[in-house]
Design a protein around this ligand. Structure first.
Ligand code: HEC
Length: 157
């Protein structure tokens, strides 16, 4: 009987210690994810977003054909949530190319999940719009075409 009580108290202490540990870890994780001010991001990532695009791109002269393809993709896969002038489910598109680099916009389109969780700008938007934009199954080439369409909008063409 005594022996059983002894074992029971050991088990109790062991489980308390285990709980304590895992709580500690969870707290640490929670703190880390809520207080990422982008501290562990590279300076490229801070300015241009979290990859697949990991270096500056060469942006050639404006390409109307590309912008036209971008527009078609936008209308079928993005317009449910984005308008040009006004906030809808997501932020308005107009003016984006003046505030963000093409690489940032492409990373936002191609990797919205990591952007919302790990990038300070993405975290800000996620709080404001109360959701994470779902990835729309867009290829890098298509994302580039969409950015060309955004450039067209901002140039007023
Ligand atoms: C289901 C709704 C939804 C769809 C569909 C959607 N978005 Fe978004 N988008 C959002 C939300 C919400 C945000 C704000 C960021 C966040 O909360 O994840 C956002 C943010 C963005 C941003 C960042 C804007 C900034 O200030 O940097 C870009 C660029 C963008 N979306 C482009 C697109 C493109 C291009 C498509 C289509 C391929 C698309 N979105 C489809 C909801 C959507």
């Amino acid at each position: 009987m005594k022996y059983a009580a002894f074992i029971a108290s050991i088990l109790l202490v062991a489980s308390l210690v285990a709980c304590g540990n895992s709580d500690g870890q969870n707290n640490e994780q929670a703190q880390r994810s809520s207080s990422t001010n982008g501290a562990e991001l590279s300076s490229f990532e801070l300015e241009h977003g979290i990859g697949p695009i990991t270096s500056r791109m060469t942006i050639d002269d404006f390409d109307l054909g590309m912008a036209q393809r971008g527009r078609e993709i936008f209308e079928s896969k993005c317009a449910a949530c984005h308008q040009m002038e006004n906030r809808l489910v997501g932020p308005p598109i107009k003016g984006l190319t003046e505030r963000r680099s093409p690489e940032f916009l492409m990373n936002m389109i191609l990797n919205p999940n990591d952007m919302a969780r790990k990038h300070p700008e993405g975290q800000k938007m996620m709080r404001e719009y109360m959701m994470v934009m779902p990835f729309q199954n867009i290829s890098e080439e298509e994302a580039r075409e969409i950015v060309e369409y955004f450039r067209k909008v901002d140039k007023g063409l």
